[in-house]
Design a protein. Sequence first.
Length: 319
Amino acid sequence: MAIPTAPLAPELRRRHRLERLRTLGFLSPWLVGFSVFFGYPLLATVYFSFMHYNQIEAPTFVGLRNWRYVLEHMPLFGPALWNTLWLVVVMVALRVAFGLGIGLLVTRIKTGTGFFRTAFYLPYLAPPVAATVAFVFLLNPGTGPVNKALSTVGVSAPNWFNDPAWAKPSLVLLSLWGIGDLMVIFMAALLDVPREQYEAAQLDGAGRLATFRYVTWPSITPIVMFAVVTGVVQTMQYYTQALVAGKLASGVTVGPGTVVQPGYPDHSTLTVPQLVYSLGFQNFNTGAACVLSLVLFVIAMAVTSLLMRRRAGLLTAED
């Protein structure tokens, strides 16, 4: 009986080439999107960070001049970076805690679950600009209904967006008002916890805190990590609400040709993305704006990597 011969080396190479081409074909949509919307902009940002470019004349190489200007001589870089990091720490932590608390509350309600779920989710659907305008109106220190209600009960109301000490907490309140996205995510995670584990904990005599610590929390930890990482990335790009709130609270009428410096009051709401826009599109200093963008990118990647490594370390310790 004839023994079949093994495929020849050229045939194997042809099959491997076809498999690689097939794999690249399936990956091509992602590769094109990554190259066009991430790879090229990142390389262009690095390139222009070493150039003097005003978006009119041809760019000229200036070496590290833009980097020295941003890191050593720009007075607003420190306040903008501090405000951004403050919002990352405070806003992300409170949003995750508040979203988890609302999710726990809604999942435990016996009647009217649909009403409360809708009521908490609807504010998230409001456009950011409209929501910010409404919040600035509600928290207006002179005519806002919130301060009027507080004054009727004898509480000395703050100036909210007009006070440097209260401007960032006011933005945090605005973000907590639109907590519906995290509420839905946490509700799905909480409802996915196996009921058998709750029954076993109840048979063992575990209370609510023990049940949450040893049953609920380990099951929803990946979702909490997802919420934290996405929250950090989004807050690093915080722009619209802070800019609109500052402009409205300042009372400056914005018309054609009017340039309003962001960060009112006293640069307390100035974030790095606002500074990038101001440098790049108001002052036409594209090189410095690219430097700020790269600094923000490196910080976001570092924080995200730290969180992911922390999560991997916890998983290793549990195993």
